[in-house]
Design a protein around this ligand. Sequence first.
Ligand code: FAD
Length: 398
Amino acid sequence: MIDFELTQEQKDAIKRAHQIAEEMFRPISRYYDEHEHESPNEMIDTLWSRRQEATLFGGLDLTAALTVEEVCWGDAGFYLVAPGPCLGGAAVFAAGTREQMERFLKRFSEGGPKWGAMAMTESGCGSDTSAISTTAVRDGDEWVINGEKIFVTWGKRALEESDGFVVVWANIDRSAGRAGMKSFVVEAGTPGVRVEKLEKKLGIKVSDTATIVFENCRVPFDNILGSPEIKKAAEGKAAGFKGAMATFDVTRPIVGAMALGVARAALDFVKDVLREEGIEVRCGSPRKNLTTIEKDVMEMEANYKAAKMLILRSLWMMGQLQPNNLESSMAKAKAGLAATKITQKAIEIMGPLGYSRKYLLEKWMRDAKINDIFEGTGQINMLIVARRILNYSRDELK
Ligand SMILES: Cc1cc2nc3c(=O)[nH]c(=O)nc-3n(C[C@H](O)[C@H](O)[C@H](O)COP(=O)(O)OP(=O)(O)OC[C@H]3O[C@@H](n4cnc5c(N)ncnc54)[C@H](O)[C@@H]3O)c2cc1C
């Protein structure tokens, strides 16, 4: 039976995350929005030093989603600069062997702050992840990687500011189609990899989004995640293209939780202002008696809660080792759209108060949109949902 009643442990984790959001993130949120690419080093060091606290807000499970929502209520960009295995770690977790998990993830328990990035997107390959043109060619006991990846979150921090790594997706045999797509761990300091530039963005400006170039970049043979064989699956672990998709099943609900945090920040702001002005949202009153603002706030709240239920369910399924591909895409699509709509509606309700840079509401609207773009756009996740429900293959429904 699914039961989302919070345990005491989860309540404590949420409380800790909220404290970080309120005391550490909110006071400097505007500064880093206005100083793009400046790094909040002091905060990074503090978060790293506190990482041993149980479920600070790392991880990929249900408790993690609850804490991610909480810290993103404070500032979603800061969540994305918090050191840890991040998306690169999720890729190792989804496609790597036990030995690789041990080898690549051990570093996160020692030394200074570090990050793990994942590079899939290229200028000709975003939603259609199978169109990857980056290549990895075997040369003796090494792979030689060539290509350019764009929009890599944590790219600079992983490769230039720490001894982290980037998981790069490349093709080892183009004639094999999707089955030839594999992922490789490229560690910081490897010759042949460089950060070309950082993107200037609409929102989450404190997060580094890098273009990374691989030029005859050589990595050890056993840095390929999972099996080097071109086949559908290896020893119960997803391989090749399936490995990439399995990564998203794990990470999409967490991105959904980021969206929830931003949406709730906007919703709380609206409710606080209305309360201060003596306007009560009369839940339970007949619809015909409600004002437009009351209906709007209720709709925002319903969308937020619906997205949250979908996120919790997809992560609960993952915890039960049940396939959650449909549910994770559903949750991500709903949460990305809900956050976009809720933040925009909040500005509409607040008018100039929402548009002014005096408050963070306009920033949250800019921050919210990314949740409907990365880890699969809203449209792509809806496409996955449609395929799953209608039982169509990828080729039958594009
Ligand atoms: C800030 C930021 C951080 C990012 N971080 C990472 C990262 O860490 N690693 C990484 O690999 N990538 C990252 N990305 C890339 C991101 O995942 C892609 O931008 C996203 O998947 C969309 O791909 P695209 O940009 O090529 O757009 P396109 O695929 O060209 O899509 C453009 C539009 O067309 C729509 N569309 C495309 N195909 C279809 C279809 N079949 N049906 C309906 N609509 C469709 C899309 O929904 C979208 O609205 C990041 C992007 C941003 C902006």
